[in-house]
Write a protein that binds this ligand. Structure first.
Ligand code: TYM
Length: 344
């Protein structure tokens, strides 16, 4: 059995949680790259509603968020014809493979996961078992398609390393070369976009302050206002990247500018070096509005027709299942489940 995909080539898989607003970090760290990659690779993009319920969710809100996140992906330029776009719970192979991986992954591996520690907080005894085994489901998402490349922001790197460990452990345990070891793809100058209120913590949906992030639904006025209020320091900008060392907020804003403008940090600093934030912030606000406001508008328009979004997800789920079902049939056979016959 070969360790490549069924098609014998590269296959992209990535996921995003339908919890709250998508923000600039999701866009620059992940979605923007998904849009580029879909032109060259078979790409599968998943709204991970099974992952969302690892913490409490209101059912009506979860349905709405699933549509909203899908609309954001489409508004950002993901083509539902070129790529497969679907929500995770619709394809049962994710849960089936996750169980098998729960029986491959080791407690010691999961105990090291920093995201679990952060999300569970002090009251770890009260965290769900699902939150703890979150990374095994993530490995199943990727490997149910034998995906080879996974475009993500830097915060997902540790989960990707675990996915590779699980793939390798499965191959070893069953003496097969079945799963590829998927490569994380972390690229661009904004692989880790930080909060606008604190340059040392990640921009996140769960931050209590809405001023800490730019949401993909924010209108032009709100984007400009949040950038105006962003925390900075009193110094002028340096003329080279090395001068940003130890200036977390300045580094973050310059990184965002560079990513939005598709330029490198040094090129941005060669333009703004020596200038204060009084000059830099309005330029950043103008750029952010120019790039983001049309997406927000597009997303709101798409949400006026929820049936259209649901149809896209239906179609995506059918296409995803057509890939995952024969892979799971092979896995079941490898594991020794009686009655499982791979379709050839
Ligand atoms: P999620 O929903 O938290 O984030 C979706 C994507 O956005 C990236 N991201 C960021 N990038 C840069 N700066 C930030 N501040 C920032 N915040 C978020 C994330 O790295 C991610 O790429 N566990 C995943 C979802 C998932 C998944 C998968 C991803 C489930 N199954 C399989 C890849 C493959 C998550 O919670 O992403």
């Amino acid at each position: 059995m070969s360790a490549t995909t069924a098609a014998g080539g590269n296959r992209i898989f990535s996921g995003i949680q339908p919890t709250g607003n998508l923000h600039l970090g999701n866009y620059l760290g992940a979605i923007r790259n998904w849009v580029t990659l879909q032109d060259s690779f078979e790409s599968i993009y998943c709204v991970v509603d099974l992952h969302a319920i690892t913490v409490a969710q209101d059912p009506a809100q979860l349905r709405q968020s699933t549509r909203e996140v899908t609309a954001s992906l489409l508004a950002a330029g993901i083509s539902p014809e070129q790529s497969i776009v679907f929500n995770q719970s619709r394809v049962p192979m994710h849960s089936q493979l996750a169980w098998i991986f729960n029986c491959v992954a080791r407690l010691g591996w999961l105990n090291r996961m920093t995201q679990f520690k952060e999300k569970a907080g002090k009251n770890r005894e009260n965290a769900t078992v699902g939150l703890y085994s979150y990374p095994t489901l993530m490995a199943a998402d990727i490997l149910a398609y034998r995906a080879t490349h996974v475009p993500v922001g830097e915060d997902q790197k540790q989960h990707l390393e675990l996915t590779r460990d699980i793939a390798q452990a499965f191959n070893q345990a069953y003496e097969v070369e079945f799963f590829p070891l998927p490569e994380p793809q972390i690229f661009g100058s904004a692989t880790r976009v930080m909060s606008l209120r604190d340059g040392t913590s990640k921009m996140s949906k769960s931050d209590a302050s809405d001023n800490s992030r730019i949401n993909m639904t924010d209108d032009a006025d709100l984007i400009a206002q949040k950038i105006r209020k962003a925390k900075t320091d009193p110094d002028a900008l340096p003329s080279e990247a090395a001068g940003l060392e130890g200036r977390a907020e300045a580094q973050n804003l310059v990184g965002i500018f560079a990513a939005l403008a598709d330029r490198d940090v040094d090129s941005v600093l060669s333009e703004f070096g020596g200038q204060g934030f009084g000059v830099f912030k309005p330029a950043l606000a103008e750029l952010a509005v120019e790039k983001l406001a049309p997406m927000g508008k597009n997303m709101r328009m798409l949400l006026e027709n929820p049936d259209h979004i649901d149809n896209i997800l239906d179609d995506g789920a059918a296409r995803a299942e057509a890939i995952a079902a024969p892979i799971l049939a092979e896995v079941n056979e490898i594991v020794g489940f009686l009655g499982a016959k791979p379709q050839s």
